[in-house]
Design a binder for this molecule. Structure first.
Ligand code: AMP
Length: 452
């Protein structure tokens, strides 16, 4: 869809768009409009700056009739107060010729003012989860008429640990509603959320190109475990002339902290880290120091790296292998910008082989493998998630299966030591990515059944 005319939007919205001077919908707006309008649950993958706010708000406003009802019909949840203010502002721009009552509520400020505003009635509430919940508990707000739930920046929301609050809020919402989520990146946590609460979800995203830029040289290393990956990374980045500006991606913040603390001992002045547990000031400082070249190495999670505009990255290191191939494309796209030559390295363990192959099939090419350098020490030390899991003592069968898995893992490591790896891994039985994922909060279903 190329023009706003094709959306058949109402005159007040059309006039507001004209005033804003928007000539045509952005790609994510084109893709989302009819899907959101159809009323089905949607997950939109789009970064800030792509016009994502209007991508969900335009169809929602188009569908929202005038009402004198006191209780809101649309709820937009966002992770931060800054985003509350930004989204309210965007909705007001669009609703210039309409009479929607939009209220933004967020924590850290006086609740009474927000209660007074809510008492006047609202059509759309934009809120951070904690404050919204408090307002509902204090009876200043009722959610029984909510027909549309939007969760914006859901990746950041979950990364900040809002899952519990989201569950609580879901319990308070009418069951018959449309769920719309927007996220810059796809994560396992989002998949679980969709499985638990969404129905027949349609995914809309501006297709990630599976074709990497020609000026990015890709390579990969087979590495047995986390600590050996640290040794390998250290071995490589020691060469500061080659590894001038290195962006190291790692998927979760716990491991980001661990990696950072291990490397900090060796590269104290040269390394910084960003993830969502760090304060905003800390993150801003880290990014600036890296961008200005004061720090040579930046360790980051996928969620936090979105929206960063970094220049002249010499190397992207995929310290782990993303389980969503699109994330790999986004990661490596950070280097080789503006015609410059960039390099991307991927470290993968035996468990990550399937994820690596998924990436290769998206790109329709295999990533050239570099032989594991013989001078790099292979570590025996395992991080908790790499250790065989301790099972309940009455589950003998499971325990045995686990013991076997542990043994084969160690065997492989010995073998790798002798041959310096390089070869492809033998397939093992317990394929991580084919296993059924957790079913989430079982009690949620029970509770809902009871209510019926
Ligand atoms: P967002 O991704 O929602 O943060 O939007 C980024 C910016 O793009 C906002 O300032 C919007 O006002 C602007 N914007 C949204 N849609 C369009 C459009 N179709 N054409 C031009 N600018 C737009």
């Amino acid at each position: 869809m190329q023009s706003f005319e094709e959306f058949k939007i109402s005159t007040p919205l059309r006039n507001a768009i004209n005033d804003l001077g928007f000539e045509k919908p952005t790609p994510i707006q084109s893709k989302s409009f009819s899907t959101v309008l159809s009323g089905q649950d949607v997950i939109g993958i789009a970064q800030t700056g792509t016009g994502k706010t209007f991508a969900y708000m335009l169809p929602i406003l188009q569908m929202l009739p005038f009402s004198k009802e006191k209780h809101p019909r649309v709820l937009v949840l966002v992770p931060t107060r800054e985003l509350v203010l930004q989204v309210v502002e965007e909705i007001e721009k669009f609703g210039k010729y309409r009479n929607d009552r939009v209220i933004g509520v967020y924590g850290g400020t006086n609740m009474n003012r927000q209660k007074e505003a809510l008492a006047e009635g609202a059509d759309i509430i934009v809120a951070t989860p904690g404050r919204l919940y408090d307002l509902v508990l204090s009876r200043a707000l009722q959610l029984k008429l909510i027909k549309k739930l939007v969760i914006d920046e859901v990746d950041v929301m979950l990364d900040l640990g809002f899952r519990f609050q989201l569950n609580n809020i879901f319990e308070l919402l009418p069951k018959k509603r449309q769920n719309i989520m927007f996220s810059a990146t796809m994560t396992d946590e989002i998949e679980n959320l969709i499985k638990d609460f969404f129905v027949g979800t349609k995914k809309v995203s501006v297709a990630v190109s599976g074709t990497p830029l020609n000026n990015i040289a890709q390579s990969c290393y087979a590495v047995p475990n986390f600590h050996t990956k640290v040794n390998l990374l250290n071995h490589l980045i020691k060469d500061a002339d080659t590894y001038k500006k290195v962006l190291v991606f790692i998927s979760n913040k716990k491991n980001a902290d661990l990696l950072f603390s291990l490397l900090e001992e060796l590269y104290s002045e040269e390394i910084c880290v960003i993830h969502s547990n760090k304060t905003q000031n800390y993150r801003i400082r880290s990014i600036r120091q890296f961008d200005e070249g004061k720090n040579r190495i930046l360790v980051t999670t996928d969620v936090m790296a979105r929206g960063l505009d970094l220049d002249k990255i010499s190397h992207v290191v995929n310290f782990d292998t993303p389980s969503f191939p699109e994330n790999y494309m986004h990661r490596i796209g950070r280097t080789g910008r503006a015609e410059e030559q960039g390099s991307s390295l991927l470290f993968y363990t035996e468990k990550e082989t399937d994820a690596k192959e998924a990436i290769e099939s998206l790109m329709k090419m295999s990533i050239p493998e570099i032989e594991f350098p013989s001078e790099v020490e292979i570590s025996d030390q395992l991080i908790p998630e790499e250790r065989p899991r301790i099972m309940e003592s009455n589950n003998l069968a499971k325990e045995l299966r686990d013991e076997n898995r542990g043994a084969s893992f160690h065997e492989k490591k010995e073998k790798n030591k002798k041959t310096n790896q390089g070869g492809s891994y033998r397939r093992t039985v317990g394929k991580k990515y084919k296993k059924a994922k957790t079913k989430g909060d079982k009690n949620y279903n029970k509770r809902n059944k009871k209510r019926k």
